[in-house]
Design a protein around this ligand. Structure first.
Ligand SMILES: NC(=O)c1ccc[n+]([C@@H]2O[C@H](COP(=O)([O-])OP(=O)(O)OC[C@H]3O[C@@H](n4cnc5c(N)ncnc54)[C@H](OP(=O)(O)O)[C@@H]3O)[C@@H](O)[C@H]2O)c1
Length: 380
């Protein structure tokens, strides 16, 4: 009997990756999943998946360590690169206390102006901060290094192992934040987020995703590696893993309510099971190339609350929502043309709520108000 096709999934225990591993196993693939700590109980769900005993192999690997990736990728025809931190808390804030940031506010301003090739008008010229050093030290360990250096390591390992196709998980964070895009035109794959704009907003997660995706596509072109990228928006749906990931905390906040004000902006969103399907579709379709947006639903905050309330009236829900102008949203026609068929938003929301209820995630905890993850406070 022919041996099953073999693929590797980086960050295999994460929210989206767990669904991808489950899907791959169900389709007869042998899966190498990389984990930073295979013995951590937060990854134990992987061993319970159907066909895991015979076809799932766990590898201890950190994307920052090239040598640990080599055995995981060896012998694989394809690789899905998903491992990236999705931080819940603020990454760097020059105005914050020294415990959350060691960067002086003036140093930060100076760096931002210098990157634009200009002199900062707010800080005296004679004051020179060693900003690059401090900034790299502060943010690097959190999101930029794993996304940039980690992606480069994965690219190089894939080249060395002669992998046929690498599917890289990007994000609409690499598409959507472009203030120069015309307001009335849907954003497609030709739209890139403006890196300087994101830097100026302290949105380091988006900077990391833009840089990682650009690096992956450029590396693929230059080195003859077949690289495609997927750009999902907010991902919801049932959790397979025992921990709660950052995007699920967004929906939990909307349901439970809390002190953070939200704008009534349009939120693009997608089901985690449809993201797994999209990743596999990109891998299996020979003609897939370049980047793909996978954002089938857009709903503003007030309509999201109304829809959820209709299905589950017993929760308190957020009630501090500010009206704002709506922005043009995204089209995922390119992915639809490849045969992707996402489910309806109602199904995603209802399955998410059911999962949160069963896991006891919607109970109030006295003295611990629910908070909106900082990542989405930036965008709201
Ligand atoms: N969820 C969303 O709404 C959304 C939207 C768009 C794009 N994405 C992208 O989808 C991917 C998965 O996100 P998710 O929502 O599933 O988040 P998640 O559950 O937090 O998973 C992230 C995974 O990355 C791993 N990781 C982080 N740093 C690593 C490192 N240095 N070496 C190896 N593994 C590392 C984590 O492993 P540990 O458990 O060891 O920390 C974890 O398994 C990310 O690339 C994210 O940017 C997510």
């Amino acid at each position: 009997m022919a041996s099953p096709p073999r693929v590797c999934v980086t960050g295999g225990g994460g929210f989206i990756a767990s669904w991808l591993v489950k899907l791959l196993l169900s389709r007869g693939y042998a899966v190498h999943a990389t984990l930073r700590d295979p013995c951590d109980p937060k990854n134990s769900h992987l061993k319970e998946l159907d066909k895991a005993p015979e076809n799932l192999h766990l590898f201890k690997a950190d994307v920052l360590d090239y040598d640990t990736l080599t055995p995981a990728v060896e012998g694989c025809e394809g690789v899905f690169h998903l491992a990236t931190p999705v931080p819940e808390d603020k990454i760097v804030d020059p105005e914050a206390s020294p415990c959350s940031c060691s960067l002086h506010p003036d140093a930060y301003r100076q760096l931002m102006w210098r990157r634009r090739g200009a002199v900062c008008p707010f800080v005296h010229r004679s004051v020179e901060y060693k900003t690059e050093l401090v900034l790299t030290g502060t943010m690097g360990s959190e999101v930029l290094r794993p996304a940039m250096e980690g992606t480069l390591n994965v690219l190089k390992v894939c080249s060395a192992a002669k992998v046929k196709k690498l599917v890289v998980m990007s994000s609409i964070a690499a598409v959507d934040f472009n203030p120069n895009w015309p307001q009335d035109i849907l954003k497609d794959e030709s739209c890139w987020s403006d890196k300087e704009f994101c830097e100026e907003n302290g949105d380091w997660y988006s900077v990391a995703k833009i840089t990682a995706e650009q690096t992956a596509l450029e590396y693929g072109d230059k080195n003859g590696l077949n690289v495609v990228t997927l750009c999902p928006p907010l991902v919801f749906g049932p959790l397979l893993q025992p921990t709660v990931n950052t995007s699920s905390k967004f929906l939990i906040y909307v349901i439970k309510g809390g002190p953070d004000v939200m704008n009534n902006r349009l939120w693009p969103m997608v089901d985690v099971r449809d993201v797994a399907n999209a990743l596999l579709l990109l891998y299996e379709k020979k003609e897939s190339s370049g980047r793909y947006i996978c954002s089938p639903n857009n709903i503003c905050t007030k309509d999201l609350v109304a829809l959820l309330k209709k299905m589950h009236p017993k929760y308190s829900y957020i009630n501090n929502i500010l009206d704002v102008d709506q922005k043009a949203s995204l089209t995922c026609q390119k992915l639809m043309d490849l045969g992707w068929e996402p489910r309806k938003l109602e199904e995603t929301l209802s399955d998410s709520v059911e999962c949160y209820e069963n896991a006891g995630l919607l109970h109030d905890m006295a003295g611990h108000p629910c908070r909106l993850p900082h990542l989405y406070r930036l965008a709201s």
